[in-house]
Design a protein. Structure first.
Length: 366
């Protein structure tokens, strides 16, 4: 059986998710890895023992729209895919080209990962949402990361028997002794990821202000997004380091190695792609009971889960971790162990392989 893994993104978690899957799947199938020449971790893909196709895509929104209206590059990619003659296509992440590729090769069944069955309006515009919906509807099978998200996909018109629930594995970078030695003397709280309303940064800032009345701590806010709504709050808070930009992959290791607690005060979410990173570094996580996060973290064992929307509950959980650092450390170790045992990439790839086989079998019967 031949498959094509198509990841056309440029940066972010999609790159390592797609890489880990391809790394495992290449031993199970004859695999073609299709990536963008603008992808930030292209160096890692060169180590794969599989056929690879690196293509030009686009680097900004204007060229993205142009590439859809005048699909010269998409058509060229489709011709190369036809030449490979895959039995199934795997799309680990949404990309604006996915639906057009599927549309142009309708005889080849596809498996599509759906990371947000209910798209966040602040992350996905109307146009991209329509493209993703088209890709989902054309897929033979859809993969989601949590059983709690199944209903959201059913509401988008997908039959339950076409949905596979497969979690994400850990981010395979670990702390180095050199980086750990650079840790500050006071505990570091980390808020990592895009700064958008549902991430609950306002709640964290309120909780941090309360924490600083009784505990020593510092806060690192790392991610791109609009910080203007939080300007007044930030001006009155001590020991806050702000990295208001995209965080490249080579900086992630330093950030997580030098942090003691990862704080995810989301008011809504599908699941968190940041939790697997924390698991890789053995960092204790404080998050909320939203979406599939309770399937990633066991409250009181491999982290802490609180009700969303409460800065008081958040400050209580942070204070507990600061007052009992050994307990927080144990929870971080438990999170690492949980991911190593239950969410390792070898097992995840086996589940994805079954999804691809089902798609190819059904596609061959049409």
């Amino acid at each position: 059986m031949q498959i094509a893994v198509i990841y056309l993104g440029r940066r972010g978690a999609g790159g390592w998710i797609s890489f880990e899957l391809t790394l495992q799947l290449q031993s199970m199938f004859s695999t073609l890895a299709v990536t963008s020449q603008y992808m930030e971790n292209q160096y890692a893909w060169k180590s794969l023992q599989t056929e690879q196709l690196v293509i030009p895509t686009f680097q900004n929104a204007i060229f993205a729209f142009t590439s859809l209206i005048i699909p010269i590059r998409i058509n060229a990619l489709v011709r190369k895919l036809r030449k490979f003659q895959p039995d199934a296509l795997l799309f680990p992440m949404f990309h604006p080209w996915n639906a057009l590729i599927q549309n142009r090769i309708p005889e080849v069944p596809s498996v599509v990962f759906v990371h947000d069955p209910q798209p966040h309006p602040d992350l996905t515009g109307w146009f991209y949402s329509k493209l993703e919906q088209s890709s989902i509807r054309q897929a033979e099978r859809c993969v989601i990361m949590s059983s709690k998200l199944t209903m959201g996909l059913i509401k988008r018109g997908i039959q339950p028997d076409k949905i596979d629930v497969i979690p994400l594995g850990p981010y395979r970078i670990t702390s180095s002794p050199e980086l750990l030695s650079l840790k500050r003397n006071i505990p570091t709280l980390l808020f990592f990821g895009r700064i958008v309303p549902y991430k609950g940064l306002d709640l964290l800032l309120q909780a941090y202000a309360d924490i600083r009345r009784t505990n020593q701590a510092r806060l690192v806010i790392a991610g791109e997004g609009d910080l203007k709504p939080f300007k007044n709050m930030l001006n009155n808070l001590p020991d806050v380091e702000i990295l208001n930009r995209w965080i490249p992959e080579d900086e992630i290791q330093k950030l997580f190695s030098q942090s003691d607690l990862l704080i995810l005060p989301y008011t809504s979410a599908s699941q968190s792609g940041v939790v697997p990173i924390a698991a890789s570094f053995g960092i204790s996580v404080i998050a909320t009971y939203v979406g599939g996060i309770p399937e990633q973290i066991e409250d009181g064992i491999s982290g802490r889960l609180i009700q969303p929307g409460s800065s008081e509950k958040l400050s209580e959980a942070i204070r507990e971790a600061l007052d009992h650092p050994d307990l927080a450390h144990q929870r971080g170790d438990a999170l690492r162990t949980r991911y190593e045992k239950r969410f390792h990439w070898e097992n995840i790839a086996l589940q994805v392989a079954e999804s691809l086989k089902k798609a190819a079998q059904i596609g061959g019967q049409k």
